[in-house]
Write a protein that binds this ligand. Sequence first.
Ligand code: TGC
Ligand code: FAD
Length: 387
Amino acid sequence: MTYTPTELIAFDSLLTEEERAIRDTVRDFCDKELRPHVSGWFDNHEIPRDLGPKLGAMGLLGMHLEGYGCAGTSSVAYGLACMELEAVDSGLRSFVSVQGSLAMYAIHRWGDEDQKQRWLPEMAAGTAIGCFGLTEPDYGSDPAGMRTTARREGDGWVLNGTKTWITNGSLADVMVIWARTEDGYGGFLVEKGTEGVSTTDIHRKVSLRASITSEISLNDVHLPHTSRLPQTDSLRGPLSCLSEARFGIIFGALGAARDCIEQTLGYVQERMVFEKSLASYQLTQAKLADMVLELDKGLLLALQLGRMKDAGDLPPQSISLGKLNSTREALEIARTCRTLLGASGITTEYSPIRHANNLESVLTYEGTAEMHQLILGQALTGEQAFR
Ligand code: TGC
Ligand code: FAD
């Protein structure tokens, strides 16, 4: 296909040469190494075992972090990489988000030097996998209510509680677990094999199937005092990590939308209905025009937020604006593309229904669409309407 919807705003002209080069390299990698296999992974509910080292070798894990083997790219370059990964599948972008923006960022931002040296180089290489345990069975949107506790005992800590819906939970070599402490909330590094930790994978998912999602049980888990991320004492700890991951989703979800439009453009030109190509009907063209409009607006918003982040001034409310817009519009685009594919659109032979199903998760995790509306509502009115 020679036609690229994003060309309508000359998006590339707004990027630096380095950003374009990184984007093109990631796109090439995705097309060769990931795209040919992804619908099989989704169908079989699996991810390849060597995904971590492959993504690590590409410099995609913790790529916007400095030092410790991380690539240290700009936030915009990181966003563009997320877009290319999610153009293949949200599960792949999730893997990178959880590793780099949640688990690695938590250690990088809130950990001490020993913790950083111990984990970050291996995590950047993808030879150690991390997960981020914040959500609990009864506390998803409202993590302040969490029941997981970390109690001091002697020189160390004892953790008890349950975390659920944790991406890469059962794969993780190191879990970043958030728990209630005497002085607020703390982050704890729990290594694979620690006594009292068990994981159970969540099955029967119809979304994010090329991704592992687990429940983590913590039963009298004894940890040394060095396991606590020393600078964490309030929800600022986990919420700062969420800001990082939400940023990646702003770009990522638009990648899924772009892929849907590209697949659909090809299909409607080939498909004959009532003796004419589906592309030649006004209703089809109106759908395509509206989708490209939203995609291009979303790209401009994402890029502006990326530039603000690189300038060191991106407030959480602006991240909510982008996360809400990208996920909501991408989901709508995926569903519309599915309609244009007719019955063919209900199988994973074409990407839109896989993207649409994935985007249901993306709309929900990292703060539901409603949570982001409420964050924006609070910013606009000064009234907090969560509680
Ligand atoms: P609130 O009183 O507003 O804030 C508590 C403390 O945190 C600070 N803060 C932030 N800091 C950095 N970044 C942010 N985005 C921040 N938002 C708030 C705030 O200044 C305060 O600091 P301090 O020092 O004064 O204590 O907290 P609240 O309890 O009222 O909660 C607000 C609310 C509802 C917005 C928050 O709880 C929320 O965002 N809920 C949604 C939960 C969520 O998004 N969970 C995601 C779990 S991880 C996940 O889904 C991974 S998916 C896999 C993938 O990414 O691919
Ligand atoms: P709830 O909080 O129960 O919300 C249910 C509904 O109520 C939603 O529509 C919500 O918007 C609405 N609602 C809630 N509160 C209000 C309110 N005050 N006013 C109005 N409406 C409200 N979590 C992690 O910690 N780590 C992970 O790695 C991780 N990975 C995930 C992977 C997948 C595939 C999925 C689906 C989830 C993952 N999550 C993870 C969990 C995710 O962050 C939560 O699902 C999300 O925060 C929502 O929580 P919940 O599911 O408990 O929904």
